[in-house]
Design a binder for this molecule. Structure first.
Ligand code: CTP
Length: 226
């Protein structure tokens, strides 16, 4: 199958030397790309800037900002069977990026932020994606409520959620512990494991999900937004 995986935090520039970003190492997304490749699939990896190396067999599309990631996903989604949105996308960007380094002349500095497009949320509605759609949610509280809300709102076939208030798993760690949420309201807690072995397990679960209509046929349950 053909996979598209988004990974890594995006960066939203403030001025030529500073940016806003999210706490995420990118390890989970890269582990998923490795696991999908190891299972014999073709992978397009749409990745923000990160210190770790991508698997050489993946087709890498490098981006920096959320809007660049949105455009890259729009361009590469046609023909894809499975799309996994693992990136920690910055929800907001700076409204007006300074052309020169901001000097610390003032005691206070206000940054006006504007919302970025929701890439996963656009997959069904804007891009008309009809393949298997997998989202991630990193939550600090009310994990199940938020995860189920995201699953339904973004029309996912699977939502992978983790509790980032727990220091021993999640951000920057090699291990992770996630709960899977399915559209029928069922859930499955996976045991704590290295991100790489968890990725193997997730790819096995994803390829076993009930197949969607092909993208060429389109979806019957909601017209794409204009
Ligand atoms: N995501 C995305 N584009 C965005 C924001 C999020 O593609 N601009 C994707 C993430 O990659 C992840 C999922 O959406 O798969 C959940 O992201 P999250 O930010 O937790 O969801 P939101 O709906 O933005 O909710 P919140 O208010 O918690 O930020």
């Amino acid at each position: 199958m053909r996979f598209l995986i988004t990974a890594v935090p995006t960066r939203e520039p403030i001025d030529p030397v500073r940016y806003l970003s999210n706490r995420s190492s990118g390890k989970m997304g890269y582990a998923l790309a490795e696991a999908a490749l190891a299972d014999g699939h073709a992978v397009t990896l749409v990745s923000g800037p990160v210190a770790i190396s991508p698997p050489p067999e993946a087709s890498l599309v490098s981006v920096e900002t959320a809007r660049e990631m949105y455009d890259a996903v729009a361009a590469h989604l046609p023909g894809v069977d499975v799309a996994i949105f693992c990136a920690a996308v910055a929800d907001y960007r700076v409204a007006s990026v300074a052309g020169e380094k901001i000097k610390k002349a003032e005691e206070e500095l206000d940054l006006r932020l504007v919302k970025n497009p929701d890439i996963l949320g656009s997959a069904r509605t804007v891009f008309g994606f009809g393949g298997l759609l997998v989202g991630f949610a990193a939550e600090t509280h009310d994990l199940a409520r938020h995860a189920l809300d995201k699953l339904r709102r973004k029309q996912c076939d699977l939502l992978v959620a983790n509790d980032v208030s727990r220091r021993e798993i999640g951000f920057d760690r090699d291990d992770n512990e996630v709960t899977l949420f399915f559209p029928d309201g069922t859930r499955e807690e996976l045991p704590r494991a290295s991100k790489r072995s968890l990725a193997d397990l997730l790819i096995a679960r994803i390829v076993a999900l009930p197949k969607q209509e092909t993208q060429e046929m389109g979806r019957q349950d909601g017209p794409p937004a204009a």
